[in-house]
Design a protein around this ligand. Structure first.
Ligand code: MGD
Ligand code: MGD
Ligand code: SF4
Ligand code: MO
Length: 750
């Protein structure tokens, strides 16, 4: 007897609604939920493989605890005893910063990952915090922090209504979109073209997205900030700046005009390898479109001028009057956003409030660069203690961060490490305790993070599709118990963690004049919360205090968890709307177009005008059936074109004597790897591309299928020293690299 259940897909940022087929406790099928208010039935091959991802036999079923050097199965009680015994002495002896926290990408794809890590970090009071953001989108957070005073205020392109979309360093036909949550991104691009709109793609590769475009500009990697600055120059020079309704909310336009004066199209053309005429055309097309949106992603962030490029993306939207207007780039308003406060000046955004111990990298958004994790563990300095214990949640930095070999060794030297991870992989194999969360079918889902980045305001919640298997523990309870064990309250009731958050949040809300619950009794509010678990009660609280909430009875039609549960396919909250000036939290209360740290970084961009890489540069790529480092263990999602090969242009291949299919050696600052070449003109001359997340051949892992075709770790080519200085983001694209054929003789020897 089979049944069906709804489940929002957690496998990428598109957040599609799925209808799962379930037999007993196993997920045997998945299709798109046609009634989902947001995704309307869309599904991709990863979502269709939900059952295989969920049921992977290599997923850990019980905690593992290291005894006599070996990880062995243990009870939950033994595991948390070991966590408390491992972490507390380190904190007590060496202080809070000696315990590091590393948070990986799937935290933004789980309820537990959204609700508990902030409490863990506050409880530990550690500054040794590292996340996937600094190998990803930290430049965008910094740019938003500086422009709008809020690092989380990220405008998203209004895909459904725009007339002109300029995509920079993004390949949504493979990635399904990022910092822009849009189920069926491909369909939305096709609809844009069908309604007469235009699509421009800037990417060194002719990607599947670029093939859809009206114009594809194959830029030299790492030079987008120069090209975008030149576009801003053209807007000023040709009198195309038109802020429109934005004008009263923006300061610094004239100062900006002066700063971009050096970046003429002619002066950047050589560095970008894009002719000046094309750059002028890009600017004119942007200005001429009735509405337009500029959108940049990985290729614009993980580069030496990532923050400047991210800032310039918004600058172009602002100068053309496209920020905050329908058809342009808008600020979403999620159901779990805080109660909107009245518009007015805020505290602004500070950078570099403290620095990393070894290389003195400034913090950004409370985080240190993931690239610096290895040295913060393996290098002693006079400033303070190195990291001696580590808490890793949903994180595989041995593959996803630069110089995995060094990190691999560093992790092996820790006094104590705990991983919350479903797999024994390249990173978790170093843990003293591994705490495995249940598979996604056994977890509830709500997109706390992605709804704040969605192209349409909507809210959905799916309870667990399958009950927790005996012996399993919900990830929320795992993290709550981990918090207790790490903060000296080992053994206390995990429900106390949620109760504390509820107390604090309601206690604060009743004191805020703009809150719908201003002046009420927090205890009276707390008893009104519904939900079968701590996370559900917290979701209910956030919904009720949020912008669409019932305000605990003040607006009886408003959102509550009960109402959401009564709408299993979600509730549509309408298209994105203009919101300025309310989201601004800058000290001036305006959009600060030329913030001081940005102005301070522009001389470095001027330097780049003179820079011409001589040899080949490396960039990455994603495949539709991949997901960073953790989906190579699912047979249905591997093979075919999803392989760890080096894309190289025929001209470069010929010059270097590289044959299609033959092994090539790649040498970078961090090391060497060998991969098969795939000769293709999809990548531009002078550029080679290798995907990340591979290199599954380390001993002590339990990834049976992934190990059969391990690939190589592209990040071993990096030494971790290349960063975008403002954000601490790793430079992963546009990196100098040497490529040489592996001679037959050497192949025979190895
Ligand atoms: N060269 C290069 N490197 C890159 C990138 C690139 O483009 N090029 N991209 C970067 C980007 S954008 C990112 S976001 C990072 C990603 O890098 P990471 O943040 O390391 O994320 P993943 O590689 O996805 O690994 C996720 C880990 O979480 C575990 N996991 C999966 N599901 C769950 C769950 O439900 N709960 C828990 N607790 N754990 C789970 C997996 O087993 C795995 O160990 O990689 C970065 N690295
Ligand atoms: N299938 C799949 N989907 C995913 C993921 C995955 O691993 N697989 N990962 C998820 C994650 S964590 C993220 S952050 C998103 C990322 O989402 P996207 O940013 O859309 O991801 P990519 O496909 O890496 O696209 C980046 C593009 O930038 C180009 N590029 C590289 N260097 C430069 C440059 O210097 N300038 C310009 N203009 N372009 C450049 C690359 O050729 C590539 O096509 O994808 C998410 N979705
Ligand atoms: S596009 Fe993303 S969210 Fe949608 S089914 Fe595919 S992996 Fe899941
Ligand atoms: Mo990412």
């Amino acid at each position: 007897m089979s049944r069906t259940a709804l489940r929002i897909c957690p496998l990428c940022e598109a957040t599609c609604g799925l209808t799962l087929t379930i037999e007993g406790t196993a997920v045997t099928g998945a299709r798109g939920d046609r009634d989902d208010v947001f995704s309307r039935g869309f599904i991709c091959p990863k979502g269709a493989s939900f059952g295989a991802v969920d049921g992977d036999p290599d997923r850990l079923r019980t905690p593992l605890v290291r005894r006599d050097g070996e990880l062995r199965e243990a009870t939950w009680e033994e595991a948390f005893d070991a966590v408390a015994a491992g972490l507390r002495p380190v904190v007590e002896r060496y202080g809070p910063n000696s315990v590091g926290v590393v948070l990986g990408n799937p935290n933004v794809h789980t309820v537990a990952g959204a609700l508990y890590p902030p409490i863990l970090m506050a409880g530990l009071r550690t500054r040794s915090v590292f996340t996937a953001s600094t190998v990803d989108q930290m430049p965008k957070h910094v740019s938003s922090g500086l422009l709008y005073g809020d690092s989380l205020a990220i405008p998203v392109p209004d895909l459904d209504h725009t007339d002109h979309l300029l995509l920079i360093g993004a390949n949504p036909l493979e990635s399904n979109g990022s910092l822009c949550t849009a189920p069926d991104f491909p369909g939305k691009l096709k609809a844009l073209k069908a309604r007469g709109g235009t699509l421009t793609v800037i990417d060194p590769r002719r990607t599947r997205t670029a093939r859809l475009a009206d114009r594809h500009v194959a830029i030299r990697p790492g030079t987008d900030a120069l090209l975008l600055a030149a576009m801003a120059y053209v807007l000023f020079e040709e009198d195309l700046v038109a802020l429109g309704e934005l004008a009263p909310h923006v300061q610094g336009v004239e100062e900006l005009r002066a700063e971009v004066r050096d970046f003429t199209p002619e002066s950047v053309a050589d560095a970008c390898d894009v002719d000046a005429g094309t750059i002028r055309a890009l600017a004119r097309e942007l200005a001429a479109a009735p509405t337009a949106a500029v959108y940049g992603r990985i290729g614009s962030c993980t580069v030496p001028h990532g923050t400047l490029a991210s800032w310039l993306v918004d600058v172009l939207n602002i100068l053309t009057g496209n920020l905050d207007r329908p058809g342009g780039a808008l600020f979403p308003q999620a159901a779990t956003d805080k109660t909107p406060r009245p518009a007015g000046p805020g505290h602004g955004f500070a950078l570099g409030r403290w620095h990393s111990r070894v290389s003195r990298h400034p913090e950004a958004k409370g985080e240190l660069p993931l690239s610096a994790l290895a040295e913060e563990i393996d290098t002693a300095t006079a400033e303070g203690e190195p990291i001696r214990a580590l808490v890793a949640v949903a994180s595989n930095p041995v593959l996803s961060a630069p110089d995995g070999d060094r990190l691999d060794k560093a992790l092996g030297s820790l006094d104590f490490m705990v991983s919350v991870d479903p797999y024994l992989n390249e990173t978790s194999r170093h843990a003293h305790v591994v705490l495995p969360p249940p598979p996604p079918s056994q977890s509830p889902h709500h997109d706390f993070a992605f709804n704040t980045l969605a192209v349409r305001n909507q809210v959905r919640y799916t309870p667990a599709a399958v009950p927790l298997e005996p012996g399993r523990m919900a990830e929320s309870e795992i993290l709550a118990r981990l918090i207790l064990a790490a903060t000296g309250m080992h053994g206390a009731d995990p429900a106390a963690v949620d109760a504390m958050v509820v107390d604090q949040t309601l206690g604060k809300a009743v004191k805020e004049p703009h809150s719908p619950v201003h002046g009420r009794d927090p205890k009276e509010l707390a008893v009104q919360l519904t939900g079968v678990s701590g996370p559900e009660r917290r979701l209910d609280m956030m919904l009720r205090l949020g912008p669409y909430g019932d305000g605990f009875g003040v607006r009886p039609d408003g959102l509550t968890l009960q109402k959401l549960l009564a709408h299993p396919h979600g509730i549509d909250l309408g298209p994105l709307k203009s919101r300025l000036p309310q989201p601004l939290k800058t000290v001036s209360g305006k959009v600060e177009l030329l913030p001081a740290p940005i102005a301070g970084d522009l001389p470095r961009l001027r330097e780049a005008l003179r820079h011409r890489p001589e040899g080949l540069v490396l960039i990455g790529r994603r495949h539709l059936r991949s997901n960073n480092s953790w989906m190579h263990n699912v047979p249905a999602l591997t093979g075919g074109s999803n392989r760890c090969t080096l894309h190289i242009h025929p001209q470069d291949a010929e010059r270097l004597g590289v044959r299609d299919g033959a092994a090539v050696r790649l040498k970078g600052a961090g090391g060497e790897v060998t991969a098969p070449a795939e000769v293709t003109d999809a990548v531009r001359p002078g550029v080679v591309s290798l995907p990340h997340g591979w290199g599954h051949d380390r001993p002590g892992t339990r990834l049976g299928h992934a190990a059969t075709d391990p690939g190589v770790n592209v990040n071993q080519l990096l030494d971790g020293s290349l960063l975008d200085p403002l954000s601490g983001n790793a430079v992963l694209n546009g990196v100098a690299i040497e490529v040489s054929p592996v001679s037959e003789k050497i192949t025979a020897l190895t």
